[in-house]
Design a protein around this ligand. Structure first.
Ligand code: TLP
Length: 339
């Protein structure tokens, strides 16, 4: 199967499996797992934050950030197509007791003036704005890189109003590799960052959240409350360390493959690119094709190719470390035949 449904489908390498087997472990609820501690120190250093915390998933990381930063009854500003708004089962309202205020961005980037205009708090009728969330790269916008200057301006406005900023950087390393901007520059425009080890970086499980020492102390407690305090979890942190130490530059290959696929796809009749391709996500619009989304996905599947529906007439392909250039050629040939 050529699996382009997501970069979450990546499997741990032999080296990762060996590292899992050999990992030194301890009870991480006591802070005694040396491998987890090493992973957290490494991640904090790369991001330029005081401390980091290993969490079970990107969703858990984003939710812990909401819980630490906000009080019930507040409002969170978030881009209208953000993962936190679309795909986390309204967790911020369920757990942190906040409501979301969406702003429609351009290629995932909210206009800082719109953010400023959405900030509330003085009027007795209004909720206070408790948090601003940014997503980079932006999944629904097709892996778009939110420009650093945009983040800087939003952070400046947020600081003026004493509102924290959280970055859902599930694919922050894709943004960094594609733009040449260090992740620490993006992270410097935030109070907390979440990134996924288990997407293009290739680890089987886990995310990191990072921020100031005080933020992480509170985050550690929320992680425990949510049942995410794990014990000898160095076996899962070990592949995470390999992901950070060895797999960042490899993301470039995913971006190359995504560009190849996109260039080929636009030459197939009935297919249009829904968004520009900057990193590892390609969203196509097949409104003009002679097949429905379901028909095309089924036909692909019969030919050993998996992709996912991503909205009406939209299909998403995500390149990842299990996909080669030859696979891309095969995918293009198959789609050409089907349409
Ligand atoms: N995204 C998944 C699906 O949930 C859509 C995917 O296949 O792309 N933030 C962003 C921007 C994400 O894309 C995801 C996962 C998450 C957070 C959540 O990460 P996990 O799956 O680890 O909870």
């Amino acid at each position: 199967m050529i699996d382009l449904r997501s970069d979450t489908v990546t499997k741990p390498s032999e080296k990762m499996r060996k590292a899992m087997y050999e990992a030194e472990v301890g009870d991480d609820v006591y802070g005694e797992d040396p491998t987890v501690n090493k992973l957290e120190e490494t991640a904090a250093a790369i991001l330029g934050k005081e401390k980091a915390l290993f969490v079970t998933s990107g969703t858990q990381g984003n939710q812990i950030a909401g819980l630490v930063h906000c009080r019930a009854g507040q409002e969170v500003i978030v881009e209208s197509q953000a993962h936190i708004f679309l795909y986390e089962a309204a967790a911020m309202s369920a757990f942190a007791g906040v409501q979301t205020r969406t702003i429609t961005g351009k290629r995932g980037a909210m206009n800082p003036l719109d953010v400023k205009a959405a900030i509330r708090g003085e009027d007795i009728h209004e909720p206070e704005t408790g948090l601003i969330c940014i997503e980079n790269t932006h999944n629904k916008a097709g892996g778009a890189i939110v420009p650093l200057d945009n983040m800087k301006e939003i952070y400046r406005i947020a600081q003026e109003h004493h509102i924290p900023v959280h970055l859902d950087g599930a694919r922050l390393f894709n943004a960094s590799v594609a733009s040449g901007i260090p992740v620490s520059d993006f992270a410097a425009c935030t109070d907390s960052v979440q990134f996924c080890l288990s997407k293009g970086l290739g680890a089987p499980v886990g995310s990191i959240i990072a921020g100031a020492e005080e933020f992480i102390a509170k985050a550690r407690k929320w992680r425990k409350r949510l049942g995410g305090g794990l014990r000898q979890v160095g076996v899962l942190a070990a592949p995470g360390l390999i992901a950070l130490n060895e797999n960042i530059d490899r993301l470039f290959e995913d971006h190359e493959n995504a560009k190849l696929l996109a260039e080929g796809l636009v030459n197939i009749s009935g297919i249009e690119l829904e968004t520009k391709v900057e990193t590892n996500i390609i969203i196509i619009n097949i409104t003009k094709a002679n097949k429905t989304t379901e028909e095309l996905l089924n036909a692909l599947y019969e030919n050993g190719i998996a992709a996912g529906a991503f909205g009406p007439n939209l299909i998403r392909f995500v390149t990842n470390n299990g996909v080669t250039k030859n696979d891309i050629d095969k995918v293009l040939a198959v789609i050409h035949n089907i349409l």
